[in-house]
Structures are given as C-alpha cells and as structure tokens.
Design a protein around this ligand. Structure first.
Ligand SMILES: [Zn+2]
Length: 274
C-alpha cells in the first residue's frame, strides 16, 4: 500500500447526502477548518506474472513543495477540482518517487490498472506511463466524457497515454456481474462497482484461498458498508448502495484478508501477504 498524497475535503464527501449542484458547490467552497484530511492510496501487487500498480495518486506537479496551494494545483487541474480536493503530496511520496526507493522504474511495471478516471487516481499517470500495459475499462472511458463525470475527470491527465481498454464480461462476481479477469485465472479481477462513477472497478486479488479487495472509491472506510452510509460523492445513489452491499458480503467472507478503500484515514501503509 503506497500513500501518494492527501485530499482535504468537506466531511460530506465520504459520509454525505445526495449530491446535487448545490451540495457540490458547498463542498467546493467549504472552509479549511471544516475539512478533513484523507489519504490517497495506490497499491503495488507483486504477482508471479509481474508487478501491477493499481492507480497512480497525485502527480508531483500538483504540489511541488509538498503542500496544498490553489494556484499551483490549478496549473494542473481545473481550479474547481483543486478547490474541491485541496490536493497535496509530501516530498518523496509521489508514485515514481516511492517506486524509485524500491528500485522500481516505470518501465519495470507490467501493468498499471486504473480503477476510475477521477483526478486523484490518474494524475500520477504522467510518472508511470512507460509501464508495459495501462488498463482502463472501456465502460469508464466511454461515459467519462459523456456524463456528469466529465466535470471531475479532466482528460488532459490521461488522454495522451496509450491504454488498453477491455470491455467488462459477464461473471458471477460483483454487484453488477461485470468483471475483467486479467490473467484468466481469477488471481486479479477488475470488478465493476458502479455508483461513484459508471465504470469504476474494484480489484479482487486471490491467492491460496485468500482474498484482498481493493474497493477504490466505492467506499471511503468500513463505516460506509457497516452502517450503510452512502458516500456523498456520487450521482447514482442506488448503485452506490448496491456496491456497498456487495463489499459488505465480501468483507464478511472468512477468506477475505482485507478490504481497502483508497481514502481510508484509519489505514496505515502496510504490506499484506496472501
Ligand atoms: Zn478518489
């Protein structure tokens, strides 16, 4: 688990009410003292078939001095997104900086899997675009520029990089029964968890009968699925609930070693061995 920066947001982003334009405007202009700081996690999977990075966190350019500055962040992001997230990434914590500390260059990555196209998950792509494969679900790509999601998914962060864009296929797994089985052996599956965005993928990792679920932004912490509190950062509340119910089922399975959310403040970066 690699923490690649922070967001500082209104508390209703992780635990909120139905998002409409009024609520979005309120989240955008919330005073700093009312905001909470949440991590931005990425994940490096050491798999027999290669190194797999899940998401890319904030890029260094957003926060060259390691702190949040609206003017600097707005040189990379639309200013409304910078104002919503208050993005920062401490020195040494951008994805390429952490990988370099482990002796891993971008070209050593076999796969970069993008769970969805929100800026906090893809802005670091500029640092790792030389990976052998970058995978984004076609469904996420298609709807990103055609729906409300385009307001928070600036295309200039990712459109120039060559990506493989597979279609989901039917499966017994997931709230929507749509899955990409990366190696065809169920060891790494990208599972559609709609609600936060249309095409968002959670990642299910299996080995030796054990499972780890990377829930991306379908939940912000276990509180979401334990108390059925729908995150206030999504436009399809019914789908968000359906995805939360599936995560709760997965978390209750005795074979589940961990369910990790990209912005869970109670998680400390660690190594999970399965
Ligand atoms: Zn996010």
């Amino acid at each position: 688990m690699l923490r690649c920066g922070s967001i500082r947001v209104d508390p209703t982003v992780p635990y909120g009410k139905r998002l409409d334009l009024t609520e979005a405007a309120r989240q955008l202009t919330a005073a700093d003292k009312k905001r909470i700081t949440l991590p931005v996690f990425t994940y490096l999977i050491e798999h027999p078939k290669g190194l797999i990075l899940v998401d890319t966190g904030w890029c260094r350019d957003i926060s060259p001095d390691g702190v949040y500055d609206l003017k600097t962040a707005s040189s990379v992001l639309p200013s409304r997104i910078a104002a919503l997230f208050h993005p920062s990434v401490s020195k040494g914590m951008a994805i390429h900086e952490q990988l370099a500390c482990m002796g891993i260059g971008p070209q050593d990555l076999d796969y970069v899997l993008l769970t969805h196209l929100d800026a906090d998950h893809v802005s670091g792509l500029r640092h790792v675009h030389k990976a052998k494969h970058i995978v984004l679900l076609e469904y996420e790509y298609y709807w990103s520029c055609r729906t409300v999601y385009k307001t928070r998914q600036p295309r200039n962060l990712w459109i120039q990089y060559p990506m493989e864009r597979p279609f989901y296929r039917g499966s017994s797994l997931g709230p929507n029964h749509w899955v990409i089985d990366l190696f065809g052996d169920e060891s790494i599956q990208m599972v559609n968890v709609p609600g936060h965005t249309e095409g968002q993928a959670a990642i299910v990792i299996r080995n030796s009968g054990n499972v780890v679920l990377l829930a991306a932004d379908a939940a912000f912490s276990p509180r979401n699925w334990k108390e059925m509190i729908v995150p206030g950062f999504g436009f399809a509340r019914e789908w968000q609930m359906k995805s939360l119910r599936w995560i709760a089922e997965m978390a209750a399975d005795p074979s589940c070693a961990a369910v990790l959310c990209s912005h869970d403040p109670d998680v400390t970066p660690d190594i999970i061995d399965i």
